[in-house]
Ligand binder design. Sequence first.
Ligand code: ADP
Ligand code: MG
Length: 394
Amino acid sequence: MRSLRDLELRRRRVFLRADLNVPLDQGRISDGTRIEATLPSLRFVLERGGRLVVASHLGRPEGERRPELSLTPVAEALSGALHLPVELAPDCVGETTERLVNALGPGQVLVLENLRFHPEEEENEAGFALKLARLGDVYVNDAFGAAHRAHASTVGMVRHFRDRAAGFLLEREVTVLSDLLGAPAAPFVAVLGGAKVSDKLGVLQSLLGRVQALCIGGAMAYTFLRAQGKPVGRSRVELDRVSLARETLREAEERGVRVALPTDHLAAERPQADAPSRVVAADAFPENLLGVDIGPATAHAFRHEIEPAGTVFWNGPMGIAEWESFAGGTKAVAQALTEAQGLTVVGGGDSAAAVRDLGFRDDQFGHISTGGGASLEYLEGKTLPGLAVLEEGA
Ligand code: ADP
Ligand code: MG
C-alpha cells in the first residue's frame, strides 16, 4: 500500500475519503474524535499545496437527502481546527460540485455533502463512482472505519486513479492491527466482552490461534457460563450459540489458551440504570437476577492477566457501561490497560466510546481503533475491500 507521504500533491486535486461519521446530538457534534484523528492527513495535503476535496458519510440517511445528516457541522468544525475557511459543496457529485472543486486553489479545502444521500454510494454503482472520480487527480483513503465496505467511495471510484494511497490514520490502523496478527509480543492477552457472542465468534476464532490468554466478560460471558453448566439467572444468553461456546472452550483447552470467565458478577433485578444490584458469586447466581457487569474478583483476575502481558487486545465493554452504576468492571479493565507493560489496543465502537466516557485519555493506550466493525474484520483475517483496492494500485 502506498502512503500519502509518497504522493505528488502540489497543485493536484486530492480526493480524500475520510471517516467523519461523528456522533451528533441535536445538530451538534458530541464527540470530535474522528475529526481530530483525520487532521494530520488533511494538514499534510494542505501544507504540500494540494487542492483538498474531503468526502465522508454521516449516519444512515439510506440514500435520501436528510438535512439533519448534513455535513454542515463537520465543515464548521474542520474550519475551526484548520484555521481556514472550509466550504461545503451542496452535493457530493454534479456540476456545481465540480465547479467548486475546480475553483480550489493550492492549500484550499472543500467538503462534499454526505455521500450516503445517494443510494448509489452503498450500491457501489459504477456511474456514480465515475462521477466521484472526476473530482480528484489523486485518491487518498483515510477512512479505516469504512474499509470493510465495498462502496463507491471506498472501492468503485478507486480504480479510476493511478495515484491512490492510504492516509496516515488508515496506515496506523493497519500497522497496529497487522502487528497483532503478525508477531505480537507474548504473552498476548485478549479481553472480549460486549453484547453478543454471535458478533464476535469470528474474531474469537481467529484470536484463539494467537493468544495465550482470553478474558471473557460482558453479556457474552453468560453464554459461555451456560455452556459450562453454570447458573446465570435471567442474564442474556444466546441459546443458539451455547454449543459453539462449549466447542470454543474445548478448543482453547487443546491449544493451551487460558480462559478466564467471570467468577463473580454485579447482578440486578432489571436491566435499568437505577435497578437495585448486588455482587453475587458465579456459582450461586440467584434465579431472579441478571448479570449487568463483572464483579470485583473477576476484575482483579482480569487485571492479573492484563498487566504483565506483552500485548493486549480489548474489545467489548464488561457490562452495561453506558450506565455509571454498571460501568465498574469496564473501568477496572480500562485502568489495567493503562497500567499494562505491553502494547494495548482497544477496538470496537462501544468500547472506544466507553473508555472516553469513563474519563480516560486516548494517549493512555497504545492504540484506540477508530474502526469498530473494520478492526474486528481485519483481526478475523478477512480481506477488507477498501484496503485490497489500495494495494492493487501499489
Ligand atoms: P463494541 O461496539 O465495542 O464492539 P459491542 O457492540 O459488542 O461492543 O457491545 C456493547 C454493548 O454491550 C453495550 O451496549 C453494552 O451495554 C452491552 N453489554 C455489555 N455487557 C452487558 C450485559 N451484561 N448485559 C447486557 N448488555 C451488555
Ligand atoms: Mg457496538
